[in-house]
Design a protein around this ligand. Structure first.
Ligand code: ZN
Length: 442
């Protein structure tokens, strides 16, 4: 089945330094959130609670009566979310346990066909699995019960059930979280305002206002991650993104990536022209900060400000990269993008000279964003073999060399922008490979 939606996480960042008092109030919530989750893991994570976790109302009711919420003084919006958060983890773990048992049973040569059919049925029907693990009577709807009895009649049930119990004990792990700097937040517990977000605190009617770097507003469950050392926070927003399919996107585009110009196409169009300049500014700043840090080692006031600044500068660069990638899609309208494999991190040669800049080059980030955006726009991203891609002539296939960004062919005399030449090679190689593939499959 084709799915036309994907999930992606976008992030929001606090704009200014978060006052200590507010950070403390948020940390208290995160801490309580962690306490509730660990309580749920302890109380309901074992085999004894297997029948309570689906759909989870029993747990919710028992937790309401437990008195834990009152003891912590945690607002119910956080309390119940922590419960369902932890229950989700427990359910996910049981799914994994069943998966492992299924695999182990598959490898076990002592089982015959009837044994396997019985085990498969039990692993598929949760009530059945839960009852067996807990040693309780199996209560199934009529039709299912007939199927079950039919399968059970052909096997040694005691042997298989104790196998299931042993395997479950073997694979079940005690869940526990140490996350004391983050919590989920439902839309009842926050409200966006102009330039920021108001987050419910433990004090009645008191909300904590956090200015954000963007004005986006979401209506869904968010995850707040605190960085107390750096006096900042990040909000992770899971988004369901509709994949866009553009009828008018029908071009084949070869690209080559660079440290200075982010992308150059086979037509010589450049996107992210200022990437090099921004990277150098960033690298120079990092170096200057490191020098200052070394010099003032004795009287060092901590690096909070440094991390906040670094974060901000990096966010600015990412913002630029994304805007330029968007422009690439709008203007090139690609159906297929041919992309040479990016050079590895430790590559010698041209990159070595600019070692520091190369290190600061957001190569991995660019690559990830390009991949993501191709998925979102239903564009095929075809990675091509990159060997000699910069030293071969896109016109005649002969060898040439690049001097100061200009490629000259030794064989046919062609001269042109080196990146453009490489992008053209990417397109040629990609097309050749695809052509061969089509020949094979037709
Ligand atoms: Zn040539």
């Amino acid at each position: 089945m084709l799915t036309n939606r994907i999930c992606k996480t976008t992030r929001q960042y606090s704009r200014s330094r978060i006052p200590e008092k507010d950070m403390e109030a948020l940390q208290v919530i995160a801490c309580d959130y962690c306490t509730v989750k660990n309580y749920i893991y302890r109380r309901y994570g074992g085999a004894g609670s297997l029948d309570k976790i689906y759909p989870g109302y029993t747990v919710q009711n028992e937790m309401t009566e437990s008195g834990l919420r009152a003891a912590l003084g945690l607002p119910s919006v956080y309390f119940y979310l922590a419960i369902f958060d932890a229950l989700g983890d427990i359910k996910a773990q049981w799914t994994q346990v069943k998966e492992k048992i299924r695999a182990a049973a598959g490898r076990n040569e002592n089982f015959g066909g009837a044994d396997r059919r019985y085990l498969r049925f039990v692993l598929k029907v949760h009530v059945c699995f839960a009852a067996i693990i807990q040693g309780k009577e199996i209560k199934l709807p009529r039709k299912m019960k007939d199927t079950f009895d039919g399968l059970a009649g052909l096997v040694d049930r005691r042997r298989l059930d104790s196998y299931l119990k042993r395997q479950a004990r073997k694979h079940l792990r005690r869940l526990c979280t140490e996350e004391r700097n983050g919590f989920s937040i439902s839309k009842k517990a926050y409200r966006y305002e102009k330039d920021g977000i108001c987050i419910a605190s433990k004090e009645p009617r008191k909300r904590i206002f956090i200015p954000l770097t963007d004005g986006n507003q979401y209506e869904r469950q968010l995850f707040v991650k605190l960085y107390p050392q750096e006096q900042r926070l990040e909000i992770a927003v899971p988004l369901d993104v509709q994949i866009k399919s553009h009828m008018h996107y029908d071009n084949e585009v070869g690209i080559s990536a660079g440290m200075f110009a982010m992308l150059t196409t086979d037509q010589g169009n450049v996107y992210g022209e200022r990437l090099g300049e921004l990277t150098m500014q960033y690298a120079d700043w990092v170096q200057a900060q490191a020098k200052r840090h070394r010099e003032n080692k004795e009287s060092n006031p901590g690096r909070k400000k440094y991390y906040a600044q670094k974060q901000k500068r990096q966010a600015q660069m990412h913002c630029y990269i994304n805007a330029e990638l968007n422009r690439f899609f709008e203007e090139e309208r690609p159906k297929t993008v041919y992309f040479p494999k990016l050079p590895g991190a430790g590559r010698a040669g041209a990159v070595r000279k600019h070692n520091l800049y190369a290190h600061m080059w957001q190569r991995g980030y660019i690559r990830r964003r390009l991949e993501q955006k191709c998925i979102e726009h239903s564009v095929a991203l075809v990675e091509v073999y990159a060997k000699d891609i910069s030293t071969i002539c896109s016109q005649c296939g002969g060898f040439g060399k690049s001097v100061k960004g200009i490629f000259s062919c030794r064989e046919c005399g062609y001269q042109g922008d080196a990146k453009e030449n490489a992008a053209r090679n990417a397109k040629n190689r990609g097309r050749d490979a695809q052509g061969r593939h089509e020949e094979r499959t037709t």
